[in-house]
Ligand binder design. Structure first.
Ligand code: PAF
Length: 288
């Protein structure tokens, strides 16, 4: 497995491959990332994983400086998962000058949910992902569904800018208790780690209430947030949305089996966790 730092060298090594698959990461890898690498392998062609902690997607008060950098371990894991090449640019390789040109996702997708609580986050994500696509020129890029909104924002960017890359989604990997794997789980104290699964439990409770026929979403969402608050969490949002545009569904759309996703973000201590669950209401059999 080769490690490459610069864009020119990367292009040299890949020498115009038209079948490259890319797994973009910020390092501190876990099983979730490795399953994306294995998915990338199934597409044939060389598999590139990028490791770059992207300053542009962190707000000044966020954890850019303390974000875990575990490069040697990441490389070992990637080698074991069958990655062919690690693209690990330094900041000067990817941002040799201040990044004046940036990708601004439309507000209706980029400024809601994560975008509401992390101003500028998706501008930073889209800008670096577009740059990584231009550097690697992959035919396929694999992103995890754990960052559901990020996946949607990137799919929309690829579609609207006609980028020649197929976006493939990887399922969320979970710990045995149900906690979604995340690089930020490492910030949790043992007591917080024991409670961390409550976010996905709250989302499951919200989903189950909808499946049981409840349709007053604002009431259900407020109750789910209050439940987390009572355990000492600080929720940003817990909400049921339509999968295709992340808007709130009408009761009739739920009844008609629209694809839905319940998404949540909440802080436990100083650690902000996100998770989501997709579902849809099974259609009632028609009575003659
Ligand atoms: O999901 C991530 O790890 C990052 O947002 C990404 C896609 C690698 C861009 O920096």
């Amino acid at each position: 497995m080769q490690v490459v730092r610069g864009i020119a060298e990367l292009r040299d090594v890949l020498s115009g491959s038209k079948t490259t698959s890319l797994v973009p990461t910020m390092g501190n890898l876990h099983e979730g990332h490795l399953s994306l690498v294995r998915s990338a392998r199934s597409h044939g062609g060389p598999v590139v994983a990028s490791i770059f902690v992207n300053r542009l997607q962190f707000a000044p008060h966020e954890d850019f400086d303390s974000y875990p950098r575990t490069f040697e371990r990441d490389c070992e894991l990637l080698r074991g998962a069958g990655c062919d090449l690690v693209f690990a640019p330094g900041e000067r390789d990817l941002y040799p000058e201040p990044q004046g040109y940036k990708v601004h996702p439309p507000a209706e997708l980029g400024d809601i949910l994560e975008g509401e609580f992390r101003a500028g986050f998706f501008i930073g994500v889209c800008t670096v992902v577009l740059k990584l696509f231009n550097a690697v020129q992959p035919r396929v890029a694999v992103f995890g569904k754990k960052d559901f909104q990020q996946l949607m924002v990137i799919r929309a960017m690829v579609r609207q800018l006609a980028l020649p890359v197929e976006i493939v989604a990887g399922e969320t990997e979970r710990a045995p208790d149900g906690l979604a794997l995340s690089s930020r789980n490492g910030y949790l104290s043992p007591a917080e780690r024991a409670d961390a699964v409550e976010l996905s439990r709250s989302l499951a409770g919200l989903r189950d209430a909808v499946l049981a026929g409840e349709r007053d979403l604002p009431r259900l969402e407020a109750a789910a947030a209050a439940g987390l608050c009572a355990r000492g969490w600080q929720p940003d949002y817990l909400t049921v949305r339509r999968c295709h545009d992340l808007l709130a569904p009408l009761a009739s759309q739920i009844d008609q089996g629209a694809a839905l996703v319940v998404l949540g973000a909440a802080k436990l201590g100083t650690t902000r966790l996100i998770d989501n669950l997709e579902f849809s209401q099974p259609l009632q059999p028609q009575v003659a």
